[in-house]
Design a binder for this molecule. Sequence first.
Ligand code: ADP
Ligand code: MG
Length: 254
Amino acid sequence: MIFALANQKGGVGKTTTAINLAATLAQSGERVLLIDLDPQANATTGLGVRVEAEDPAMLEVLLGETGLSEVVVPTPVEGLLLAPSSRNMAGASVMLPDLTRREFRLRDALAGLESSGEQFSYVFVDCPPSLGLLTVNALVASDQVIVPVQAEYYALEGLAQLLDTVDALRRRLNPGLRVAGLVLTMADVRTNLARQVETDIRAHFPGLTFDTVVPRNVRLAEAPSFGLPVSVFDPHCVGSDAYFDLTQEVVGRG
Ligand code: ADP
Ligand code: MG
């Protein structure tokens, strides 16, 4: 099962959600691959992985210069492997448009990985904050998309455009794509605003919003600077509990 974490807004919790869903599943015994498609490489550094400019990473995979299995590296979590990004990925937006099968580069790389005998029960693709060709590659390669939504006043803004993009891609390039759900993140659960935003989102997207709400939790923000998922950094904090619950929901919705 392949999940993209997408929202064209930055800072809504895509990377945090990608790392922590992937880590929680790996800790439960699954073999999991996290693919970092963001030039910011926050999923890469957040798992303590350093990539030098000359090391092949996801850009070189998308360009077809190397296979996905050649860039995959271990992480601090057993069973969780990472296909890292690097600053070079910033060049993707100018290089990818001229390539053949430009929307299918990630899907083709994943097919190559499978035929090389590598098996993962779950793959998570962390997207950059745009609806450009990198996110399109993620959505074309995925079975489902998870949309982190920051619980703030402008939360609804942009969601319609994202869901329209998913619909368009389903019609044109990936008929099997579906929205796993929206997940509210960074919620200040004690404030009226957070409750109001949650009510609005659930009213706008009935049935599409995960029950689990990820609260604002400083341990979630600190964990990446130690190169660890929160479930390793502080397994008993509220952030860790929330991502455990969300993982159950994601798996349960299948
Ligand atoms: P995105 O990938 O959508 O840009 P991130 O996952 O990187 O968003 O989150 C943006 C920032 O907010 C990061 O510094 C991250 O550590 C922090 N953050 C994410 N989720 C939470 C949370 N639930 N509580 C506190 N800080 C969070
Ligand atoms: Mg990110």
